[in-house]
Design a protein around this ligand. Structure first.
Ligand SMILES: [Zn+2]
Length: 116
């Protein structure tokens, strides 16, 4: 099995970051998941309950995007400092299969399973 193509992975992570940032901005949030403006759900809904439900759902989506963005950023930092593919928990090399499948992995299967 050939080693992971770090350059290719970095490009893929950069693209994913751009996509996540775009999705956040579409939802009215900035790169930190903070809302940049007043969310205006009121007009589209007849009752406040539905507007609140919609707002809660959107906040959940933003939180999820934010978490993924954090993972992508952390992976990019690891590429830069040369620790990409190394478990942050035990220092062992994370399997290439796993890194290829999920480049944002920061822990080996063993540590991941332990912490789960
Ligand atoms: Zn580990």
């Amino acid at each position: 099995m050939p080693p992971i193509d770090i350059a290719k992975t970095a490009v893929a992570l950069g693209k994913e970051r751009a996509t996540l940032l775009h999705q956040l901005s579409e939802l009215g949030a900035d790169e930190n998941g903070e809302l940049t403006g007043e969310m205006d759900f009121g007009d589209a809904f007849a009752d406040a309950g539905a507007a609140t439900a919609e707002r809660t759902e959107t906040m959940g989506i933003i939180k999820n995007l934010r978490n993924r963005l954090d993972d992508v950023r952390a992976a990019m930092v690891r590429i830069e400092d040369g620790t990409f593919g190394t478990c942050t928990e035990c220092g062992e090399t994370i399997g290439e299969d796993r890194m290829e499948y999920r480049p944002t992995s920061s822990k080996c299967i063993g540590c991941k399973t332990k912490s789960a």
